[in-house]
Design a protein around this ligand. Structure first.
Ligand code: ADP
Length: 484
């Protein structure tokens, strides 16, 4: 089913509440545009505070019955939806290419990856386990069970419109929680189609609502202030994550935070350079550099730096830039003009500090919000581009001499999400991985995301883990029953 390049006819463009398309109170809408062309794709309903509370009424009303469904029932719905998403690969690919600017190849990859969370958590739903123990004193029995935390608010970013949603929604539903989804304002369409697919798969009314909104805080503020909400899960900037943690303190909400990154990508002098260059392209240029695990700082041993940078530059110059929906394109646009301006500012500052532009270095004239794939070398140690998340197709190369020096530089950041290292020494791989302050380390491997692995960060990169056997725990409370 589906027609690549055409918006699916059954795409909901209203709010999704009680398994129905609903206009926003007052009829407000906002525009969704294609960043490859600037063209209007469609308008969607713009939720406000009243709509948020309507969705929460619906989620709170559905919570007890959903929690009481059998794990197998929840599992079957998730698995059915997994198959339905794969059946509609072209539709989801189209929406992500059009609303986000993700290339067709990568959007197809995200459909597989995003859908996989539904399959994985359909399998986890039936494996939620507690424990039984005898009290050491001999006069009691300890029963520990797991119960759903309750209604969840899931706030997601635009860079993975499907997968960032399913990574939260699937474990929450598997655990027996109802969910209110607030997708990013740049990319609400993918989430709206996902809601329809889940309803068609048998998800009862009220269990999932979707609230697109131009003013995120107008929707999330009233929800976080309402004691019926029990949990907030967020992926986005560290700045907004901190605001949400503050607001969550009010009602002592359980929180999961997937925040920014500043990933070091370390190439030692004993690395397989072919593999390291391949890896750097993937870790840096995937999604046009717009992922929180993108290689932000590429540290290369001075002995191999020139060779590595020359090869990397040649590969990056050869990347095909263009409208995301075109089949051969490898680098699409940045999601909006604001992001393009931000990346341009970071590059300009780095150049002012003495960086050398090996290729690119500038935005590309419109239509569309494109930034030329870029390589910067000789970047000064204090440069802003080494401290801030770039979120664009800009590879920043920095030389180093010793292992101690590069580990210290890699850890010299408030972030700690992903890190990568390339070496052929097993000793060094273990030694350095253990010293890196990050939630995830890719060893001779540039793709760390895996549904079966715990994704998440340390330091200001976040709280909690998504995916793996850990992912469902974020939506469960521990309940202890004391028996004589
Ligand atoms: P990015 O910089 O990647 O857009 P943001 O953290 O700004 O990251 O956005 C991620 C998500 O958080 C989006 O859904 C956005 O609408 C939402 N968001 C932005 N600001 C707020 C806020 N003040 N309160 C709640 N959600 C917000």
């Amino acid at each position: 089913m589906g027609d690549l390049g055409r918006i699916p006819a059954d795409l909901p463009t209203g709010l999704w509440i009680d398994n129905a398309v609903t206009p926003a109170t007052g009829g407000a809408t906002f525009e969704v545009r294609n960043p490859s062309t600037g063209e209007l794709l469609t308008a969607v309903a713009d939720a406000g505070a009243d709509d948020a509370l309507k969705a929460l009424d619906s989620a709170a009303a559905a919570q007890a019955a959903w929690a009481a469904t059998s794990p197998r029932e929840r599992s079957v719905i998730l698995r059915t939806a997994w198959e339905a998403i794969l059946d509609r690969t072209d539709d989801f690919t189209t929406l992500m290419a059009l609303e986000m600017g993700k290339t067709v190849t990568e959007a197809r990859g995200e459909v597989t990856y995003g859908a996989e969370f539904l399959r994985w958590f359909s399998e986890e739903a039936v494996r939620i386990q507690g424990r039984y123990a005898a009290s050491p004193s001999g006069n009691g029995r300890i029963l520990v069970s797991k119960v759903p935390v309750g209604p969840v608010l899931a706030i997601t970013p635009w860079n993975f419109p499907l997968a960032m949603g399913t990574r939260k929604i699937a474990p929450a539903l598997a655990a027996g929680c109802t969910v209110i989804s607030k997708p990013a304002e740049d990319t609400p369409l993918t989430m709206l189609l996902l809601a329809r697919v889940l309803a068609d798969a048998g998800l009862p009314a009220g269990v999932l609502s979707v609230l697109p909104a131009l003013d995120a805080a107008a929707v999330t503020g009233p929800l976080l202030a309402d004691t019926r909400l029990r949990k907030v899960t967020f992926t986005g900037s560290t700045r907004v994550g901190k605001l949400l943690i503050e607001q969550s303190a009010q009602n002592v909400l359980k929180t999961s935070m997937e925040l920014g990154g500043n990933a070091p990508f370390i190439v030692f002098d004993d690395a397989d350079l072919d593999a390291a260059v391949d890896g750097a392209i993937v870790a840096k240029m995937r999604n046009a550099g717009q992922t929180c695990v993108c290689a932000n700082r590429i540290y290369v041993a001075n002995a191999v730096r020139e060779e590595f940078t020359t090869r990397l530059t040649a590969r990056i110059e050869a990347l095909q830039v263009g409208p995301a929906i075109q089949a051969d394109v490898q680098i699409g646009p940045l999601v909006n003009a604001k992001q393009c301006d931000r990346v341009a500012g970071l590059v300009a500052d780095a150049v002012d500090d003495g960086a050398r532009v090996r290729t690119g270095g500038h935005a590309i004239d419109g239509p569309g919000t494109f930034f030329a794939p870029t390589v910067l070398d000789d970047v000064a140690a204090g440069s802003r581009i080494l401290r801030e998340e770039i979120f664009g197709p800009v590879a920043v190369v920095v030389g180093f001499d010793t292992e101690d020096e590069v580990v210290a530089a890699a850890n010299d950041t408030d972030y700690g999400l992903a890190a990568y290292l390339y070496t052929q020494s097993v000793d060094r791989a273990f030694r350095v991985s253990e010293r890196l302050e990050s939630g995830m380390v890719g060893v001779n491997r540039a793709l760390v995301s895996d549904v079966a692995a715990p994704f998440g960060g340390v330091k200001q990169s976040g709280l909690g883990r998504e995916g793996g056997t850990e992912g469902i725990e974020e939506y469960l409370e521990t309940k202890y029953l004391a028996f004589t």
